[in-house]
Design a protein around this ligand. Sequence first.
Ligand code: UDP
Length: 254
Amino acid sequence: MPESRPEKLIIDGKRLDGRKFDELRPIKIEVDVLKRADGSCYLEMGKNKVVAAVYGPREVHPRHLQDPSKAIIRYRYNMAPFSVEERKRPGPDRRSIEISKVSKEAFEAVIMKELFPRSAIDIFVEVLQADAGSRTACINAASVALVDAGVPMKGILTSVAVAKVDGQLVLDPMKEEDNYGEADMPFAFLIRNSKIESIALIQMDGQMTKEEIKMALELAKKGAMEIYKLQREAIMKRYVTEEGIEVEEVNTDA
Ligand code: UDP
């Protein structure tokens, strides 16, 4: 990555990596990659590489944390020290605690917690390589891992950011756009039966006009629908064999 801001982030209508304003980075999703987790997923979104592992529903320890009416959801976002250009000190920091909190809250709206009183559903996401949008990549991976674990949900969470660079809105910003752009706005949507049902997360830094925020939402929805298709495809690929569907309890939408 260049040390200083490139003179232009959009040249002749194309972004620095050749994408159009409404194009996602290439996405790769693999389901059930970890033997010891109940559900897992490896996901690449451009240069982001993340792994999600889900455990549970399982008994909560310590027991005083149990909720008799529903499962508690725990979400830990962690960046490996080698995932970023300047080595990151291992362990939680303010940023990762905040990302874990907002992501957990997004999943709380989706997971059918009431079905599992006194239990915990633990979601761990590990960033192996980051290139902006790592929280969105992690939410997308966690969603697939939850399906893989057979956790009942009202739909799937799908996440993508929109940035403003050189005065133009762009979908799924990469590092240079995130660093040197005017605004960055990650979203997560609850999608059910190929329909966006609600917004589970919006964050923003920088500045956008009211009109731009509306346009950013539309752009994010378009990107989210494309990611949703890939999430479904990855799940189907894992569970549909030549003999037929291997799934009993796994439903890509619930
Ligand atoms: N980043 C970094 N060191 C850090 C935190 C972030 O180099 O300690 C980089 C990393 O590439 C990350 C990007 O900055 O993806 C943008 O970070 P942000 O906080 O906006 O979160 P993200 O866009 O990854 O969800």
